[in-house]
Ligand binder design. Sequence first.
Ligand SMILES: CC(C)(COP(=O)(O)OP(=O)(O)OC[C@H]1O[C@@H](n2cnc3c(N)ncnc32)[C@H](O)[C@@H]1OP(=O)(O)O)[C@@H](O)C(=O)NCCC(=O)NCCS
Length: 183
Amino acid sequence: MEFSGFKLRLATPADLSALHALIEASVRSLQANDYTPSQIEGALGTVLGVDTQLIADQTYFVAESPERNRLVACGGWSKRKTLFGSDRGPGREPELLNPATDAAKVRAIFVHPDFARQGLGSLILSTVEDAARAAGFRRFEMGSTLTGVPLYTLKGYVEAERIAVPLWNGDALPIVKMVKSAE
Ligand SMILES: CC(C)(COP(=O)(O)OP(=O)(O)OC[C@H]1O[C@@H](n2cnc3c(N)ncnc32)[C@H](O)[C@@H]1OP(=O)(O)O)[C@@H](O)C(=O)NCCC(=O)NCCS
């Protein structure tokens, strides 16, 4: 699939090192107004990072720029209970959800700072929602960073709960559980 020259495809294990670099650049730059340096250090690689279960499930997407196939954005959805976090995140719940009664989880959308505000976050979100809808889900939810709230609010998500996620360095990361019913 193509969008303004960007190519969208499923992520594979071969993307892992590029994904780590993309997520770190995204977090350090785009979240700098929402979180302290200590919160960012404590969250990178645990709360904020890649969940390789999504790559194995083929529910994680990457967008590439045409030149040198550079990764410019990523994000996915999950048919499993875990709401947020990387492989090393807290509260992992790999149990499968029931599309008839449960909300699909929207997971880990990150855009490279050089490509912010060009519609890539919206593109990943609509791709993810379409894929979850095709799998039978009728509701979506996510643990959004404070940085993600304006985009998700624009796309019809509403705040359900504020959560302070404890971090390994003693700090805590405020995130927002947001929910949406599929049209
Ligand atoms: C949140 C994020 C994914 C948005 O990606 P993006 O590609 O810049 O978003 P889009 O270009 O699709 O934005 C669409 C609209 O959402 C709103 N929006 C997006 N980012 C915004 C911001 N930082 N502040 C205010 N509004 C914002 C705007 O209305 C925007 O439209 P506009 O650019 O015409 O004003 C990106 O900022 C990011 O990667 N942040 C760091 C990682 C992160 O926190 N991800 C969320 C994880 S849950």
